[in-house]
Design a protein around this ligand. Structure first.
Ligand code: MEV
Length: 383
């Protein structure tokens, strides 16, 4: 018996970090996916191991199913909340396994992902043997929601085979989950995200589960029906960083300067709300109207990037992208946790492909990687 589930990555158009402190944020799914293949052996296979194969980093883990209780004591005894307190010890164990993989840049990220995997697996499927294979189009730890896409696709695959949600396996191609199933997968994925990131807002797993464009505030999701084709260039600075540390850094700054930081978060809330209402507004009568709206979005992005600098999460590589694109009259901001990672640049509807080509060439000469992904597609799907 097997199922494959996939979930998309995301870009945050406005409001990252501030969303952790209660401000609104706007995010969109992107057409890059993480996919999980979950295979349950039949009883005659006599398989008593849980195997995890992370294809992109070429790592394989295998645990006798009876030993997982020892590795994650809290997971089996208390599945009501994720085991943030027992993770440190487990991460050390997994880091020891990763010790040989000298080339792996984000060992801690992978180790906490493996802990999230074990916890979600045992909490949803119990102690069944299985082979789980994970592959992804998303660069790891770069702000495009790779961990959320992992937690969402894994939760979806586990729920599909646990019998706790109804799924129709007879349909052809990728199929979306029903709303109840999506809610459940999102809830589990959020627990996984907490293991990986400490105190996430939940925006990454929510947009990965439900797809499309969303506004997210204090755990509440509002779907945005965009009346505007937003085209974004995504530049990966390839500077690695740690979301958990960056989120904690912003909270520390808030503790030191509560009034100033509260004002920063309030300003971001206004920016996100205005961003959402511009893309929803239906009055795109002519080219001039589109240009005016794009101009407003550019200003909002510029202000948001300034406020992210105030939060201390920009980086020299991000500023290089901002300054390079501004030479072509374009506006960029970091997306996700910052500190490196990815930057988005609005590509206006009337911008020529020759200019886009030149910008990409210049960014690539700086050692960055550029991509133009489709935004606002489906969320969690299975087949
Ligand atoms: C990370 O993609 C977005 C942050 O706002 C963290 C979060 O919301 O959980 C930086």
């Amino acid at each position: 018996m097997e199922v494959r589930a996939r979930a998309p990555g995301k870009i945050i158009l406005a409001g990252e970090h501030a969303v952790v402190h209660g401000s609104a944020a706007v995010a969109a799914s992107i057409g890059l996916y993480t996919s999980v293949l979950l295979h349950l052996p039949s009883p005659e296979d006599n398989d008593d191991a849980l195997t995890l194969h992370l294809m992109d980093v070429d790592l394989k883990f295998s645990w006798p199913i009876g030993r997982i209780k020892e590795i994650l004591p809290h997971s089996v005894n208390n599945s009501a909340s994720s085991p943030t307190t027992c993770c440190e010890e487990t991460i050390k164990l997994i880091l020891a396994v990763l010790e040989d993989s000298k080339k792996l840049e984000s060992k801690i990220g992978i180790a906490s992902g493996v802990v999230a995997f074990l916890w979600l697996y045992t909490s949803i499927l119990g102690n069944k043997a299985a082979k789980v294979t994970v592959s992804s189009d998303l660069p790891l730890g770069s702000g495009l929601g790779s961990s959320a896409a992992f937690c969402v696709s894994l939760s979806g695959a586990l729920l599909a085979l646990s019998g706790s949600v109804e799924v129709d396996f007879d349909r052809e191609g990728w199929v979306s989950f029903g709303e109840k199933e999506q809610q459940l997968a999102n809830k589990w994925a959020f627990e996984g995200e907490k293991i990986i990131h400490g105190k996430p807002s939940g925006i990454d797993n929510t947009v990965s589960t439900f797809g499309n464009l969303i506004k997210f505030k204090s755990g509440v999701l509002t779907c945005i029906k965009s009346n505007m084709t937003l085209k974004m260039l995504i530049t990966n600075t390839k500077v690695g960083r740690n979301t958990k540390a960056l989120v904690a850094g912003v909270s520390e700054r808030k503790k030191r300067h509560p009034d100033a930081m509260t004002s920063v978060f309030t300003a971001v809330d206004f920016i996100s709300n205005e961003f959402a209402s511009i893309i929803q507004s239906s009055s795109f009568s002519d080219d001039d109207d589109v240009i005016k709206k794009e101009q407003n979005i550019k200003e909002l992005m510029e202000m948001n990037q300034g406020l992210l600098k105030c939060m201390g999460v920009s980086h020299a590589s991000i500023e290089t992208v901002v300054q390079t694109t501004v030479k072509y009259g374009l506006t960029s901001k970091l997306t996700g946790a910052g500190g490196g990672g990815c930057v988005i640049t609005l590509l206006p509807a009337l911008l020529s492909s020759a200019v886009i080509g030149k910008v990409i060439e210049e960014l690539e000469q700086c050692g960055f990687q550029c991509l133009i992904a489709e935004i606002g597609g489906n969320g969690l799907e299975f087949r």
